[in-house]
Design a protein around this ligand. Structure first.
Ligand SMILES: [Zn+2]
Length: 413
């Protein structure tokens, strides 16, 4: 049998100073409990069961914002609010015992004045209403792909994920959470900085394993929408993009670059467009390289050790602005980048039909790297040979290729 709020007595009582209590009508009490989601307005503690013992005892208290009596001993009781109005839902808030004590402590009446408490009640009840309004179709499965960035581990706890999702009216499903802290945790793989062949191979194997699990969950109908929070070395993120299922609705959440540690797109940032040019025609039409100067500028003079002089070279850049780390801060800017990248791949497909691979030099933000991989079509486009800048030296080294292991065997250049 389900216990209703009034069965344990205290649920309809509003407790005042000296633990004197007043009974409020049941319909009023029910309204306050439901509007608060059964949680403390201040600390959000769940008050429908007692946390420590797990017993089914309602431990919340209805607290008067304006004290129920106009007498001097009543907290905020001197407020002009009509005494008849003081036992109504608008003047009651759900609190745990601890914070109820705090707001009614005489020395703190000025801190917890009526305006402050009303505002807390309003915000809490609005949040509860918004969160509980999310229906099943707003569920999204979280995929965090987290690595080190030149020796520094990326941090991304559940709270940041939940905050980012709520901004988009979504709530998280953690089906993909592994034995590690994250869905894909690459932080323990050795060799990230300087980027050894072992590192790229191990990172790829880990990604393939975890994304294989994702595909199984999609097949079973467990995953119907995906939210990707990815921050790792750029070559890893391009690989990730190639492994994401095109038919699964997917949203990318980038780390914000405004110092807030938050994740998600901004809506008010300046929007940029992109373009590409052939910057050098090579003698060998089957050899193609692409510089992506988006978050920074790829220095053409440093590519000599990585590609031959007979290679045709393209460059993708922002239009009218200089490359900068925060250039892609809105979802529509990422869309424009992706369109230009697809157009460039289509041009290479037409102009260089004999190309067996494309050497890429990406200076791009994380979300753009994932998109590069997502828009690469295995049937139409040659695989990418991904180069990365060597820290401390102005040279580029080969990292990994988007080709499958079999394709790579017959392709060393
Ligand atoms: Zn509390």
């Amino acid at each position: 049998m389900v216990k209703r709020p009034n069965e344990k007595g205290s649920a309809t009582r509003a407790v005042g100073p000296g633990d004197l209590s007043r009974t409020v009508p049941e319909r009023v009490a029910r309204r306050v409990w439901v509007a608060a989601g059964g949680r403390c307005t201040m600390c959000n503690r769940y008050l429908v069961d007692e946390e420590f013992t797990g017993q089914n005892v309602m431990v919340g208290q209805l607290a008067h914002i304006v004290g129920w009596s106009p007498s001097p001993g009543s907290p905020r009781g001197s407020d002009p609010l009509d005494v008849d109005q003081r036992n109504l839902a608008d003047n009651l808030m759900l609190l745990c015992h601890d914070q109820h004590k705090v707001i009614d402590d005489k020395s703190l009446w000025d801190t917890y004045d009526t305006e402050t408490l009303r505002s807390m009640k309003r915000k809490h009840e609005q949040r509860i209403r918004r969160v509980t309004a999310l229906k099943e179709e707003r569920k999204t499965t979280v995929l965090r792909v987290v690595g080190n960035l030149h020796g520094r581990p990326v941090e991304l706890d559940d709270t940041r994920v939940i905050t980012a999702l709520l901004e988009r009216d979504r709530f998280p499903d953690w089906t993909l959470r592994g034995a590690d802290e994250f869905e894909v945790d690459l932080r323990a793989i050795p060799g990230e900085d300087p980027g050894t062949p072992h590192y790229w191979a191990a990172a790829r194997a880990h990604l393939e394993d975890r994304l294989g699990y994702l595909r199984t969950q999609v097949r079973k109908g467990q995953v119907t929408h995906l939210s990707v929070f990815a921050l790792a070395r750029i070559p890893v993120l391009i690989l990730l993009g190639t492994m994401l299922d095109e038919t699964l609705p997917t949203e990318l959440y980038p780390k914000r670059r405004d110092g807030s540690e938050g994740w998600g797109w901004s809506t008010d940032a300046a929007k940029a467009g992109f373009t590409f040019n052939q910057v050098r025609a090579g003698a060998d039409n089957t050899q193609v390289a692409v510089m992506l100067s988006v978050s920074g500028t790829v220095d053409r003079t440093r590519l000599a050790g990585a590609i031959s002089n007979s290679c045709t070279l393209y460059e993708l850049t922002p239009e009218d602005v200089t490359p900068a780390p925060a250039l892609i801060s809105t979802a529509s800017t990422l869309d424009r980048f992706s369109q230009t990248w697809r157009a460039l791949l289509a041009t290479i497909e037409i102009e260089h039909p004999g190309a067996r691979n494309i050497a890429v030099f990406p200076a791009v933000p994380a979300a753009a790297a994932v998109s590069m991989g997502r828009h690469l079509m295995r049937v139409a486009h040659p695989p990418l040979r991904i180069f990365d800048r060597v820290q401390g030296f102005d040279t580029y080294q080969f990292t990994t290729s988007t080709a499958s292991a079999d394709e790579q065997k017959g392709d060393t250049r």
